[in-house]
Design a protein around this ligand. Structure first.
Ligand code: KIV
Ligand code: ZN
Length: 512
């Protein structure tokens, strides 16, 4: 992001892998998380909150793995203000180039009374003691006053002053329940700055939820009021209605930098690929009219707008598609396209693969081009994500056959190759797809519930590729899978297999 001297630097703290992952249905496996972390590094976010290490063994493992690969950003783990949580967070992040412990406790009357069942004095003491404890382990400690926007001013000032004196390097003022409105939230930041004597010894962070659709507006009001760190997620995913969307606050500051007199270090041209990656690994699509990254964000439909755009794009465009990394190359690829053209389109779409993967992808591209006249960006993205998110397990689809009509019970025969051995099963269902899923369950001997199932065409035309996404549940855990094919049943089977692949590999990992 470009900057002028005298502008304030705003630090971007990304919590897609923690708060984002807490949103319903956005669970990611380790491989997905590493892929998202790669995009966050490319975006040049300042801090990556990699997870909540104590939540489960898997979370601890993924925070540790991310800490081990991230080179530039700080890597944080969230933890409650408890010694064993802090120890666990530290164990997970200590291998990072720049580790951070992020600890929190609620400070609002309602949370203290009903959730924590603690008196304010006890909360104050715990916050101070635990920040001191964390600072003995790690130089960089962030403290969050959970539900701060509903906390009482004198108590906020007291806790903020106490944790800074105990060594907190960043103090976060969350609007946990998305209750604040911009003027009020900005005033809260101003009041903290003028009532906490040692406030200049720590960075003020803001963390807003979107329950009233105000998360980005609140974060920007806080920036105007002096906050220096904005916490956000790609596509705004997060608990309930989500968090502040990274792309919104960053592009607001970029587009209106004279107004905000602030800049971030974000490479805005990496926004679109990061958004697509998060959509793909979570299976959670952004609405078409979503600011910045929605499908329609740069589309001009009405005649008046199109006329203006042709005369001068600035008539209706406040930022360019290129500035967020939206591919603008409309060259169509088809079966006669060469490897170079294909490879350079992959790079334009934000992918980087080694030569072995490019070779594999190129042959898949050729297969697709045989079935489909034109291969568009969405098709190429789909191929690339399939390769990126492939989980190596012991089974794959060999062949299937379905019979269905409105007169007979749908039947599916599926043959999987399991650890090198072909195994076939026949099953019935409400339709050919559910019959196929039932056959797979029988082959693998699994008992899962199908939570959601969606089908959509990813490109136009009668030869369009279809994308299927499924979410399956086994006990407390849910798994997401995605499959793409020109055949809807094959796409569905592939999506289901991907989800159960992740499930079985997780189960194998746990039993090991
Ligand atoms: O919303 C919230 O308050 C949080 C904190 C734990 C930072 O996510
Ligand atoms: Zn949150």
């Amino acid at each position: 992001m470009s900057k002028d001297k005298n502008m304030r630097r705003i630090y971007v703290f990304d919590t897609t892998l923690r708060d984002g992952e807490q949103s319903p249905g956005c669970t990611m496996n380790l491989q997905d998380k590493l892929l998202v972390a790669e995009h966050l590094e490319a975006l040049k976010v300042d801090i990556i909150e990699a997870g909540f290490a104590i939540a489960s063994k898997g979370d601890h493992q993924s925070v540790k793995a991310i800490a081990g690969v991230v080179k530039n950003a700080s890597v944080a783990s969230l933890c409650r203000a408890l010694p064993r949580d802090i120890d666990c967070a530290w164990d997970a992040v200590k291998g990072a180039v720049r580790p951070r412990i992020h600890t929190f406790i609620a400070t609002s009357p309602i949370h203290m009374e009903y959730k924590l069942k603690m008196q304010p004095d006890e909360v104050y003491q715990r916050a101070v003691d635990m920040v001191r404890y964390a600072r003995n382990l790690c130089e960089d400690v962030e403290f969050s006053l959970e539900d701060c926007s509903r906390s009482e001013r004198p108590f906020i000032y007291r806790v903020v002053e106490g944790v800074i004196a105990a060594g907190a390097t960043t103090v976060n003022i969350p609007d946990t329940v998305g209750y604040a409105v911009p003027e009020e939230y900005g005033q809260l930041i101003k009041d903290i700055r003028s009532n906490v004597p040692n406030i200049d010894q720590a960075r003020i962070a803001v963390h807003c939820h979107n329950d009233l659709g105000l998360a980005s507006a609140n974060s920007l009001a806080a920036v105007m009021a002096g906050a220096e760190q904005v916490e956000c997620t790609v596509n705004g995913i997060g608990e309930r209605a989500g968090n502040t969307a990274l792309e919104e606050v960053v592009m607001a500051m970029e587009t209106r930098k004279e107004y905000y007199q602030a800049y971030t270090n974000i490479d805005t041209t990496k926004i679109y690929p990061a958004s697509r990656c998060v959509t793909n690994v979570t299976g959670s699509r952004v609405q078409a009219n979503k600011a910045i990254v929605g499908e329609n964000a740069f589309a001009h439909e009405s005649g008046i707008h199109q006329h203006g755009m042709l005369a001068n794009p600035l008539t209706y465009e406040i930022m360019t598609p290129k500035s967020i990394g939206l591919p603008t190359n409309k060259m169509v690829l088809g079966k006669h396209s060469g490897k170079h053209a294909f490879e350079s389109r992959l790079v334009e779409l934000g992918f980087s693969f080694d030569s072995a993967h490019i070779k594999d992808l190129f042959s898949k591209f050729k297969d697709l081009a045989d079935r489909k006249k034109y291969v568009g960006d969405a098709d190429i993205e789909a191929l690339a994500y399939d390769v990126q998110t492939m989980v190596v397990t012991g089974f794959k689809l060999d062949r299937f056959n379905t019979t269905a009509s409105n007169a007979i019970t749908p039947v599916s025969t599926v043959r999987l190759v399991v650890d090198g051995t072909p195994i076939e099963q026949v099953a019935i269902g409400d339709g050919p797809i559910s019959a196929s899923f039932a056959a797979i369950n029988q082959i693998l001997g699994i008992d899962v519930r199908l939570d959601t199932f969606e089908l959509s065409a990813i490109t136009g035309g009668s030869d369009a590729q279809c994308e299927a996404t499924v979410r399956v549940r086994a006990g407390e855990c849910n798994y997401h899978g995605r499959g793409v094919s020109t055949d809807v049943i094959e796409a569905s089977i592939l999506a289901y297999l991907q989800a159960v692949n992740v499930l079985t590999s997780e189960e194998r990992r746990k039993s090991n």
